[in-house]
Design a protein around this ligand. Sequence first.
Ligand code: FES
Length: 171
Amino acid sequence: MAVAVENRAELSQGLADFIEQWRGKPGNLIMVLHKTQEEYGYVPEPVAREVARRLRVPDAQVFGVLTFYNYFNLEPPGKHRIAVCMGTACYLKGAGSILEDLSDHLNVAVNAVTEDMQFSLQAVRCIGCCGLAPAVLMNDEVVGKLSIEKMRETLEPYKDGDGGSGDAAAS
Ligand code: FES
């Protein structure tokens, strides 16, 4: 048997222990990948390979799960996350145009990160605030009843620094 090579990827002790704890248990791959994303903010490729090695599953299985679920990110996220709801209610009220405008305005593809790493732009399913359609999650804060103009205004404070003074939630 090959001797395990430690530290192929930098794993925290917490993550290494978590993997040990879940090894061989049903559903362990998803649990471990959740934990990994929680720690890194995304799932770095070398870490995904290390997870596969430690759980003794093929790399392809791990990457299959990572690419199947939108929840997992293989790239580092931007400093600010803009998640545009593309659920039916939002879509019917113009979410597509808002998403398109954001993509043009920030010069970033959908489900990608701006070059300066400031913004992640995502299209997501219903975020549960259909009464506020069209709605967007801005760093997990709901901003609703949007128009292209209001979306751009909402974005402004985030461009210069941390943004998100907490006044963005729609009522
Ligand atoms: S469809 Fe957008 S919040 Fe439900």
